[in-house]
Write a protein that binds this ligand. Structure first.
Ligand code: SF4
Length: 352
């Protein structure tokens, strides 16, 4: 199997008219853990296409349209848009994380890099000092690459890029630097979902695992619970998720249950069902697949500005969570997150 894959990559390199470049050599070395195929970006590098992709992404920073806000700020010249992100990436932390979905965590943890600032900024944000206030440290792409390699050395199973949209060019550039130094982990694009399809297309063949939120299904709610109102969130997020699904399909795990590739969708149940959970599960069943990995999360808590919104200034009830999960089952979703199924049993007992 490994030999066939090596021959395939060699074929690609020679059919592109090149000798075996360093990128190709790296891709050949990059058989993943347990002999699974290496990460998507190593194959793109082997084809010689990664450099051009990074150039296209960086160009966007001159008149920023990395997300649907399309602010037009020249971030390379110090201008800032809605997200307040500067020209370089700002990182709050990088460490193995054991609280993510089980296929991302395994034994070694998910290698999370928390980026500061955010292009969405929900009023109930649980990471508001990082996302709203931008706490963190500016880093260049070489330092970001070192963080990725550090997470790999510490035994993480993936590089989990938290809130990546506004720093996507820096991530691609850093990932290529790290690739040349031996990075071979899958990239996990962990986004709030406010994306353009155009941006997601730039990631085709680079990202292995997409982990988007689909936070709201209604325009009114998305305008109300996002700073400065983003009424087009449902439409933008849904289009982007359909494109993610087209690129990577259903979740694929290795023989240890560790995620290698695919789409995992998150949805947070909110008080009074303001997130539109019933519509969410129906949408997934109709527009993606009933086998889509879906995590319906119960951990809403009142944070930051949410105290000012009476209808969301409380935790969810057990009954609300049970209803949400029953809607998911009724919609035919058959790849629900295991922890969410455990939460269902706990909340069912509490609700009865
Ligand atoms: S990434 Fe930031 S600056 Fe760029 S379009 Fe989005 S909000 Fe505006």
């Amino acid at each position: 199997m490994k030999t066939a894959r090596r021959n395939f990559i060699k074929g690609l390199c020679f059919s592109a008219g090149s000798l075996l470049t360093k990128g190709c050599a790296n891709a050949l070395e990059h058989e993943g853990e347990s002999g699974a195929p290496g990460p998507a970006y190593a194959r793109l590098e082997a084809r010689g296409d990664l450099v051009e992709r990074i150039a296209q992404a960086y160009k966007k920073l001159e008149k920023c349209d990395l997300c649907p806000h399309r602010c037009g700020a020249n971030r390379l010249d110090g201008e800032k848009g809605f997200c307040s992100a500067p020209g370089r990436a700002v990182v709050y932390s990088h460490s193995p994380h054991f609280g993510e979905e089980l296929p991302l965590v395994g034994r070694g943890g998910s290698g999370t890099i928390f980026f500061s600032n955010c292009n969405l900024r929900c009023v109930f944000c649980q990471n508001w000092p990082i996302a709203h206030l931008g706490r963190g440290r500016e880093v260049d792409d070489e330092s970001l690459a070192d963080m990725m390699l550090n997470l790999q050395r510490r035994g993480c199973h993936n590089i989990n890029l938290v809130t990546p949209t506004h720093v996507m060019p820096h991530i691609l550039s850093a990932m290529r630097i790290a690739l040349k130094k031996g990075l071979n982990l899958p990239l996990c694009y962990n986004t709030g979902g406010y994306e353009t399809v155009e941006n997601i297309r730039l990631l085709d063949g680079i990202v292995d695992i997409y982990l988007p939120d689909l936070k709201f299904m209604g325009r009114e709610e998305s305008a109300r619970y996002v700073v400065q109102g983003v009424g087009d969130y449902p439409e933008m997020a849904q289009q982007a998720i359909v494109e993610m699904h087209r690129q990577v399909g259903e979740l694929v795990v290795d023989d240890r249950g560790i995620a290698r590739r695919g789409l995992m969708v998150r949805h947070l149940v909110m008080p009074n069902h303001v997130a539109g959970t019933r519509e969410f599960v129906d949408w997934v069943a109709r527009n993606l697949s009933r086998d889509t990995y879906v995590n319906i999360m119960p951990q809403y808590r009142v944070e930051h500005m949410a105290f000012d919104y009476e209808e969301i200034a409380r935790a969810i009830t057990s009954r609300e969570y049970v209803e949400a999960m029953e809607w998911a089952k009724k919609a035919g979703l058959r790849n629900l997150d295991k922890r969410s199924l455990s939460h269902l049993e706990i909340h069912r007992r509490r609700a009865s």
